[in-house]
Design a protein around this ligand. Structure first.
Ligand code: SAM
Ligand code: SF4
Length: 329
């Protein structure tokens, strides 16, 4: 089993396959003037397949495909097909904004994609447009319906934003009444590409919980899966569950089992670090699989104990301001 220097098992890779996106969520990306990475800097599918294979050899058994928006990268479904055939990889999950995903859902089901996280911050079409700067609410809802009708385990990710979707907490939580979905409310983080102002955390995990309890006084705590980033609850009589992710308060670092790869091949051993080494550059310089594996192990042998230490150790300075689209969430 792969372990870090704090004896935490690490079995989960989050792979951001592109920094490009068809939305412009204001908490993630500036509206204009985005400098995407040059294509040559992005890992090719062949490179990603080799790197994932090396990581699976070390003990990674669970993969999340994220981005940017994964499904706007050309031939994404072929890549997912390759991943689904990798021996040793037991679980593949995907995070998507759902804009172009609905027609792909039957193929995702066929490939055995275990679960899909769908980002949805509001059930109000006008507010959706204001938050994402695109008028694509209906398409996202089509994806939601397609996921449910194909029986793919679905979680909704909602970033809570002061003065924006405050009134959406209730209707989003109510989706769990008739649907077997997990709706997770996430603390906003400062990863917005440096455009949006981030002065304080307005919607903390405590406030989210208090608000949920106000709406649903019988809210029941349920056990959290191992290494879960969310605290999970059930509203009595509802089919689904609600969760709270303290992404800014970082209460979950003690059991963190995940590493990240950015689209240009930067390995991150914590969401809050600014990359520990670039595995694609090593590969392009001719490193063998053993050398790649050695570098991963070395990075895990020097992993920050939590997101606060990782943030303090950033080499390229503070504050955190890169876009989440280059990290993958
Ligand atoms: N484009 C896909 C999507 O939106 O689902 C995948 C990538 S997106 C970066 C992954 C997750 O990060 C989304 O659920 C999004 O809501 C979340 N995210 C982006 N910026 C964030 C921020 N500043 N704070 C908290 N969560 C953020
Ligand atoms: Fe795109 Fe996802 Fe970022 Fe929104 S959160 S801009 S959908 S990458």
């Amino acid at each position: 089993m792969l372990k870090d220097n704090h004896n935490r098992p690490v079995n989960y890779l989050r792979l951001a396959v592109t920094d490009r996106c068809n939305l412009r969520c204001f908490y993630c990306m500036p509206e204009e003037g985005i400098e995407y990475m040059p294509k040559a800097e992005l890992m090719s599918y062949e490179e990603m397949i080799r790197i994932v294979r090396v990581m699976v050899g070390l003990g990674i058994s669970k993969l999340r495909i994220t981005g940017g928006e994964p499904f706007i990268r050309r031939d994404m479904m072929d890549f997912l097909g390759e991943m689904s055939r990798l021996d040793g990889l037991h679980e593949i999950n995907v995070t998507t904004n759902g804009v172009v995903t609905a027609p792909l859902v039957p193929a995702l089901k066929k490939l055995g994609i275990r679960s899909v996280n769908l980002s949805l911050d509001t059930l109000d079409r006008k507010l959706f447009k204001e938050i994402t700067r695109r008028d694509d609410f209906e398409k996202v809802m089509k994806t939601f319906e397609a996921l449910l009708s194909h029986g793919i385990s679905t979680k909704i990710n909602t970033v809570m934003m002061e003065g924006k979707n405050d009134n959406d907490l209730l209707p989003l939580a109510m989706l769990t009444k008739d649907h077997p979905v997990g709706v997770r409310f996430i603390e906003e983080m400062p990863f917005n590409g440096g455009d949006a102002h981030y002065d304080q955390l307005w919607w903390s995990h405590r406030r989210i919980l208090e608000t949920l309890k106000n709406y649903f006084p019988d809210l029941e705590k349920i056990p959290d899966p191992p290494s879960s980033t969310s605290y999970n609850y059930k509203i009595p009589g509802h089919q689904g569950t609600v969760g709270i992710i303290a992404a800014y308060s970082r209460t979950f670092c003690g059991t963190c089992n995940r590493i990240r790869l950015t689209p240009q091949g930067l390995m991150k051993s914590c969401l809050y670090d600014d990359g520990v080494f670039n595995i694609k550059n090593l590969l392009r310089a001719g490193a063998s699989d053993e050398q790649l594996a050695h570098s991963v192990l070395e990075a895990l042998g020097n992993r920050a104990k939590d997101g606060f230490e990782a943030e303090a150790r950033r080499r390229f300075g503070l504050p955190v301001s890169e876009s989440m689209a280059t990290i993958g969430g």
